[in-house]
Design a protein around this ligand. Structure first.
Ligand code: UFG
Length: 335
């Protein structure tokens, strides 16, 4: 795997919660390649044990409960990925999100405080903004989440700000836009898939007959919703930079996206080109809570972290996801 463009920093001893999940596993792999010592904590409720990268220590268990014991050993920081992250589910079962996301994060913050763990990098989300008033969205935009998932992540961001100030924790929240692509053997494989690119690729593999386009009456050029797709490796590298730039007592918040939006139809077209499959599509109702356009202004991350996304081409992002999908299917169903 390429390591040439990887951010360099002094080796740290780190806990990665949710390191058996999609973004967490890619980040854990990049951290190891950069020379850090990584302990993955994951309850495997949505992650996969075989996604924990080689070289990481793996402890199976609840993020907060396990960290409470682990952190006593003295760690330089925590990267907190473990979370419930399905928007639809968060509306049907809000308690699962308030307990699973907010309570767990508060307990983790308390454990960090108790053991003097100095750094935290937190996976926040564009869903904290809700329906945006401007595009692209800067960090100064109003935060009015339209779903429980975004509300829980925003509540955690508020808690982190106060803990950072009061207890000197060096904290960085990264607000992800639409994460896509894969890195080596690490990629997106959810039991319940709701994300556009993996669903479209499932049509190409024959697992689904067609993709549904959720709404064609948005105020956009082709009528379908626009999102900012960011390669998971670029996203992971922002975490490495965040660790380096975290400052005691400060809570920095950065949006992470490419700053370019693609419509649902453009994504499907890119998948057709990459896979060579016709990918039938049918227009369906809008999905509740979906904003028309979500595009990031990531100038802050570029200026203050020195972050520069390297893999911004949509076809390239889709090609990496497609290679991962094919490799994973071949491993799951050997010929
Ligand atoms: N879509 C379809 N058909 C599908 C699936 C999705 O048309 O089968 C559409 C959605 O309606 C949306 C777009 O494709 O317009 C992208 O949908 P995703 O489900 O892939 O991603 P979201 O934009 O809904 O949400 C993702 C993350 C959130 C994050 C958000 C920020 O899941 O956590 O990006 O941009 F907050």
């Amino acid at each position: 795997m390429p390591t040439d463009t990887m951010p360099q920093s002094k080796p740290m001893k780190l806990v990665v919660t949710g390191g058996a999940g999609y973004v967490g596993s890619v980040c854990a792999a990049r951290l190891l390649e950069a020379g850090h010592e990584v302990t993955v904590v994951d309850d495997l409720s949505t992650g996969h044990a075989d996604a924990v990268p080689d070289g990481a220590r793996f402890v199976e268990g609840d993020a907060a409960e396990t960290a409470r014991t682990l952190l006593a050993d003295g760690f330089d920081g925590v990267l907190h990925f473990a979370a419930k992250s399905l928007v639809g589910e968060s509306m049907q079962d809000p308690g699962k999100y308030w307990h699973g996301n907010v309570l767990t994060s508060l307990r983790l913050l308390d454990a960090m405080r108790a053991h003097g763990t100095p750094r935290l990098v937190f996976s926040s989300t564009a869903a904290t903004y809700g329906e945006p008033e401007t595009a692209p969205i800067p960090e100064s935009a109003a935060t009015r989440p339209t779903n429980t998932y975004g509300a829980t992540k925003l509540a955690i961001d508020h808690a982190i700000s106060t803990y950072a100030r009061a207890h000197g924790i060096a904290a960085v929240s990264l607000r992800y836009f639409n994460v896509a692509g894969a890195y080596g053997r690490f990629g997106e494989r959810h039991t319940t898939e709701t994300h556009l690119i993996p669903i479209v690729l499932q049509v190409a593999t024959g697992e689904r007959d067609q993709v549904q386009i959720f709404g064609e009456d948005y105020p956009t050029e082709d009528g379908t919703a626009i999102r900012d797709y960011i390669h998971v490796t670029d996203l992971a590298d922002a975490h490495l930079l965040a660790l380096e730039h975290a400052r005691a007592g400060e809570h920095q918040i950065y949006n992470l996206g490419n700053g370019t939006g693609f419509s649902v139809r453009q994504v499907i077209e890119a998948c057709r080109e990459v896979t060579g499959h016709p990918i039938p599509a049918a227009v369906a109702q809008r999905r509740a809570g979906d904003p028309a356009v979500l595009v990031a202004a990531s100038d802050q991350a570029r200026q203050r972290l020195g972050w520069k996304p390297e893999r911004t081409d949509l076809a390239g992002i889709v090609a990496d996801a497609w290679r991962f999908t094919q490799d994973h299917r071949a491993a799951a169903h050997p010929a």
